[in-house]
Design a protein around this ligand. Structure first.
Ligand SMILES: NC(=O)c1ccc[n+]([C@@H]2O[C@H](COP(=O)([O-])OP(=O)(O)OC[C@H]3O[C@@H](n4cnc5c(N)ncnc54)[C@H](O)[C@@H]3O)[C@@H](O)[C@H]2O)c1
Length: 331
């Protein structure tokens, strides 16, 4: 029997709704947005029921709840859904504070339901290909991992300006994409030393540009840059260096660049094509559904989401104090 799904927050959540409508093992039954017109429009598109109070969605006959509401609301919405026994897909970041992350971990442990954080970069075709080539040894032993979240927020303040919130630091809310990507490739980060400034988005309540140097537990080093005031198209340029090669990739380019001394031809990068038309949220939902059906745990469970948030918060703390900060990974 198909799993019944509901989605809270219907802008990014509209992609979740479409993914449940498309997955052969799920039925999209209920959608929720405080904006009644938006809820009605998404419901009409998929033949679902519209509600404006998230509690009505959680009380409804659904097996899965996607939480795609503003970041600050993730703990309230996820914990309520878990208490009601629902499987949960939570948009990134898991939460904005470590106390909230711990509360979600406790609720997920107590419920026994499947909980997954939507770290969508793990489904971006360029990053997926880079990870598989690195795991296959194409660039040898990794020694340096770099990524970035460069996204001009001038017109991306969120409905009601929810992103303009000192608690929602851009390095946590947006930088978590790049931090999670390098953590996926290189493992847990042990220590962060960061710098930040506030030149490009002067009306933002906190620093708009942060550069964090990272030391991973493995000894790999790396960096993540996060700018919400950069004047350029959005992309996440990322570079992975090993002792036998290098991969340059992003989430927006139609190719990734690979160089490997294992296959020397000329001293130039190969351009490998990637399928940019693939729907990354759909892949994310497909993975959630396969874990629910198989009774398995997603790699980005609540603890893994918390490690990414902990790394981001360590960078914010380091930029404020000027000191290196150890990252807690033991949740
Ligand atoms: N994975 C990605 O690449 C990606 C991209 C964008 C946003 N996000 C994440 O998705 C989430 C939503 O971001 P967005 O860009 O859609 O924001 P948005 O501001 O564009 O839309 C938020 C929606 O949630 C609704 N909403 C607000 N409070 C609500 C409540 N209490 N109950 C129900 N609905 C409510 C709003 O009316 C609005 O329609 C955030 O957590 C964000 O970080 C992820």
């Amino acid at each position: 029997m198909a799993l019944k799904a509901g989605v809270i927050g219907l802008r990014m959540g509209a992609a979740h709704a479409a993914a449940y409508a498309r997955n052969p093992h799920t039925d999209l039954c209920v959608v929720c947005d405080v904006d009644e017109e938006r809820a009605a429009a998404v419901a009409a598109e998929h033949g679902a029921r519209a509600v404006t109070d998230y509690r009505a969605l959680i009380e409804a006959d659904v097996d899965i709840v996607s939480v795609a509401s503003p970041d600050r609301l993730h703990p309230e919405h996820c914990i309520a859904a878990l208490h009601a026994g629902k499987h949960v897909l939570c948009e990134k970041p898991l939460a904005l504070t470590m106390d909230e992350c711990r509360a979600i971990i406790a609720a997920a442990d107590a419920s026994g339901a499947v909980f997954m954080v939507g770290q969508v970069c793990r489904f971006a075709p360029g990053f997926v290909l880079a990870k598989s080539l690195i795991d296959d040894g194409l660039i040898g032993n990794l020694f340096l991992a770099e990524s970035e979240y460069a996204h001009n927020y001038t017109h991306a303040r969120g409905v009601g300006d929810w992103r303009v919130d000192p608690l929602r630091h851009p390095f946590v809310g947006g930088g978590c994409h790049a931090v999670d990507l390098v953590r996926w490739i290189a493992g847990n980060v042990a220590e962060v030393h960061a710098y930040a400034n506030h030149f490009a988005m002067k009306d933002w309540p906190v620093d708009d540009c942060t550069v964090a140097n990272l030391r991973f537990e493995s000894g790999v080093i790396g960096s993540v840059m996060c700018s919400i005031g950069c004047r350029r198209p959005y992309t996440m340029r990322s570079c992975f260096y090993g002792d036998a090669g290098t991969i340059v990739t992003s989430n927006t380019a139609p190719t990734i660049q690979v160089y490997s001394t294992r296959y020397p031809t000329k001293n130039e990068f190969w351009e490998l094509p990637v399928d940019l038309s693939s729907h990354n949220v759909a892949s994310e939902v497909d993975e959630l559904v396969s874990h629910i059906r198989g009774g398995t745990k997603p790699p980005t469970d609540a603890r893994e989401g918390a490690r990414t948030v902990a790394t981001c918060l360590a960078a914010v703390e380091s930029a404020a104090s000027g000191q290196p900060v150890q990252v807690p990974n033991d949740f």
